[in-house]
Design a protein around this ligand. Structure first.
Ligand SMILES: Cc1cc2nc3c(=O)[nH]c(=O)nc-3n(C[C@H](O)[C@H](O)[C@H](O)COP(=O)(O)OP(=O)(O)OC[C@H]3O[C@@H](n4cnc5c(N)ncnc54)[C@H](O)[C@@H]3O)c2cc1C
Length: 408
């Protein structure tokens, strides 16, 4: 008898899982149920080319709708799944439909973390996670002259760069002593602050937004320091929260996300989780992690499909990410958290192309490469193969990358 795979969520992880299922020979029903109205789309351009108006929704679709139709994959959009009944193996949608499954994939991703201050829900205060958010931001940006961005992480800084492209005056408020503090070394923060300043963005660190108030046609952001900031629009980017509630209510094991094994199976063997929502063990870093990145969503989608198709392949990919701001293409391989030493290769003080190599106890753990794909590819290869690097040679830009490898 033909079996059914239901995938909840219709974004990067889901779009990969369904296609890999078919490619791996799954002949039963495949249905994606997602609560957004747009077919699966690339989320990274939302703060980049889609926000600055250089790309349309059609440009950012992960694949044409026809591809799903040709592969006999059902896309049910604009539908929210509210309950999983693991005993009857059925889902209940918010509209009251019962949907039976044999295998269930939770690709529910994450939602924005809201800033717990007065005024965060005022008109012209925005968060940024989906196309609806960005279309609203873009519309307001047509008439706005000034914007305040609360949060100096990647999303906040990418948004700042895109709004500058649209000609707005932009101020970024960061609560920590430096932008990107949670994810990079001080040298990287200093570099990004310099470039944003050169491009006309005001970056203000160590300042905590405490309230937003409406003032005539503008918004005033009050802060923990003396200074207030007035703008036509405010965008908040302070991180995300995994959408675990569906799994949690169904009694699945939860950590910092839905806990899965190396095959992306949850504590119920017929239910999988993939993408931003999954909390998994990474053998390279010997720790459980939840990653917020497209490559992770894609690789986990492939892992789920392979397991369902009876050709299991454990997930052990090296984490990698990217961020685009102005003319800067940042590529990151590995996880830098816990580093105790950083080697800079190239000119991060005046130039715009270099790499930061992170070490922990002399072990190379991650690289941040700015406009330097060669350093990124090299770092990724070294991390994947578990090789070691000679720090002194690495710091010498005259030395060839391959001469930095330590043998044995
Ligand atoms: C502005 C922005 C820029 C980014 N830039 C980068 C970048 O440069 N590089 C990078 O690697 N990553 C980037 N990311 C992160 C990347 O987009 C995510 O890692 C990726 O989208 C994760 O995919 P996912 O399929 O796990 O989940 P998501 O993309 O979060 O999708 C989950 C989907 O499930 C839906 N859903 C949730 N619950 C239910 C339910 N109960 N019923 C039905 N549907 C439900 C959600 O509405 C959503 O549509 C960016 C993200 C944002 C927002």
């Amino acid at each position: 008898m033909s079996k059914t795979v239901i995938i909840v969520g219709a974004s990067h992880a889901a779009a990969q899982t369904c296609v890999s299922l078919r490619q791996g020979g799954w002949s039963g029903e495949i249905t994606l149920i997602g609560d957004e109205l747009v077919p699966p789309y690339h989320r990274p351009p939302l703060s980049k080319d889609f926000l600055s108006g250089q790309k349309s929704i059609d440009d950012i679709l992960i694949r044409p709708v026809q591809t799903y139709q040709d592969a006999n994959i059902n896309l049910r959009l604009g539908i929210r799944v509210g309950v999983i009944n693991r005993v009857s193996k059925q889902l209940l949608t918010d509209g009251g439909d019962e949907v039976p499954y044999d295998k269930l994939v939770l690709a529910t991703g994450a939602r924005v973390r809201r800033l717990p201050i007065e005024g965060e829900a005022l008109e012209n205060v925005f968060y940024l996670r989906d196309t609806v958010d960005v279309l609203a931001i873009n519309q307001k940006a047509q008439s706005a002259k000034t914007a305040v961005i609360i949060g100096g992480g990647y999303i906040g800084l990418e948004t700042a760069a895109s709004l500058r492209k649209l000609g707005l005056e932009v101020t970024v408020l960061e609560a920590m002593p430096r932008i990107l503090q949670r994810v990079t070394a001080p040298q990287m923060s200093t570099f990004y602050k310099r470039v944003h300043t050169e491009e006309g963005v005001k970056i203000i660190e160590n300042v905590m937004a405490s309230e937003i108030i409406k003032q005539d046609h503008s918004l005033r952001v009050l802060t923990s320091c003396e200074q207030d900031f007035t703008a036509d629009m405010v965008i908040i980017g302070i991180g995300i929260i995994p959408n675990v509630e569906l799994a949690q209510t169904a009694g699945l094991k939860i950590g910092d996300g839905i806990e899965v094994n190396e095959f992306c199976q949850t504590s119920d063997p017929d239910i999988y989780a993939a993408g931003d929502v999954s909390w998994h063990y990474n053998p390279i870093y010997n720790t459980h992690i939840r990653l917020e990145s497209v490559p992770n969503a894609i690789e986990q989608g492939k892992t789920v499909a392979a397991h369902i198709n009876g050709a299991p392949k454990p997930y052990n990919a090296l984490p990698w990410f990217w961020s685009d701001q102005f003319d800067l293409k940042l590529q990151i391989a590995g996880l830098s958290s816990g580093y105790d030493n950083v080697i800079m290769r190239g000119d991060n003080k005046a130039g715009r192309s270099f790499a930061a190599f992170y070490f922990k106890d002399d072990k190379f753990i991650a690289v941040d490469a700015v406009n330097s794909p060669r350093d990124f590819m090299f770092g990724k290869m070294v991390l994947t193969k578990g090789m070691s690097l000679n720090k002194a040679r690495l710091a010498d830009t005259g030395a060839q990358l391959k001469s930095c490898l330590m043998m044995g």
